[in-house]
Design a protein around this ligand. Sequence first.
Ligand code: NDP
Length: 394
Amino acid sequence: METRSISVLGATGSIGLSTLDVVRRHPGRFSIHALTASTRAEELAVLCREFRPKVAVMADPEAAVVLSELLVDFPDTKVLAGLDGLCEVASDPAVDTVMAAIVGAAGLSPTLSAVRAGKRVLLANKEALVMSGKLFMDAVAGAGAELLPIDSEHNAIFQCMPADKVRDPGGAGITRILLTASGGPFREHSADDLRTVTPAQACAHPNWSMGQKISVDSATLMNKGLELIEACWLFNTTPESVEVHVHPESIIHSMVEYADGSVLAQLGSPDMRTPIANGLAWPERIDAGVAPLDLFAIGSFHFERPDLERFPCLRLAAEAFKAGGTAPAVLNAANEVAVAAFLQGTLCFSDIPVIIERTMSSTVVEPANSFDMIFAKDKEARARAREQIDLLTV
Ligand code: NDP
């Protein structure tokens, strides 16, 4: 068996740590070439001592100095800093697999470096694909990269499709994708209750343990909106063919409907190590350390339609996809700014969609002709979203 050499971008995060847990279970099958983080140097130093990567990268240069000091007695690992370091370990010829698990738009350039170098790219960083859509998929095709979805829903859909028809679902007789959603921690809250929810409540997801930003996105349903866009690009389809089903148990991770009436589903405990192991070993299956599913204990499954009145972010995402061009990059940037403000306590939960909608309506949509245009719109939208927050909070 050939050892796969992996760079884990975002190693200190929720997905990064789950990835390393799967890797830890399979010595000999995987080796770690590089680990990266943003500011948490102490956490990365501990991981470096265990996994002995050739390179460790801190996006923040000051944190890179701290990491170098922490690893002064550990010459196995070279420390790099900044975006250049991230892109270097994502595209290094010694690497064959890149776990793209940086959160948010910050992940686009390093993920794109991996794509352009033709790697197997395990895509957790959905924001990168949402922002740049067709440009990203064209880069994948142009470089012959192998893009495997790690988001549990998209990994489930991928598992329910014939592998050679992922970009041609119609050709496989697929009529619809049923994208499941947990509904988040506030599924049963009234619109009034939503005004007063706190960051701690928003981050306490009922089924999944995740980073703060995606936890808030799950609570607003923006996560499902980003996933709707992600599904359209990954599976070359349209929002009309993707129907969101709220499924509070989070056991069915998504489904695919075929022309003959068959619906294939992928089930499992809500544990990201399953899709991560699937991506790492694909097309083989390996132990992920996940508890077996006990359907007797779960007892029953429920489904409901999403409430777009209380949770308008899903509607806003569908509108951004339909508007095309730079609109999804604007949606994503405004969301990142609004979520950060909510987590800092300067914006109320119900105003997250307000900021996104106002930013979208005040930013001109342009054709997404280049990555430079995407980055410029991201910057412009962030400035506009901050202006909107200031207007709302004075
Ligand atoms: P976390 O917040 O837990 O981790 C984020 C990681 O990215 C950390 O290693 C962090 O470093 C690093 N990072 C943060 N900012 C930057 C930056 N500017 N430059 C470089 N690195 C940075 O996030 P998650 O693991 O929850 O999510 C990661 C991605 O995976 C997201 O796109 C999310 O949507 C997606 N995803 C996550 C799921 C989950 O279950 N968590 C499920 C499906 C998708 P540091 O620790 O130093 O801050």
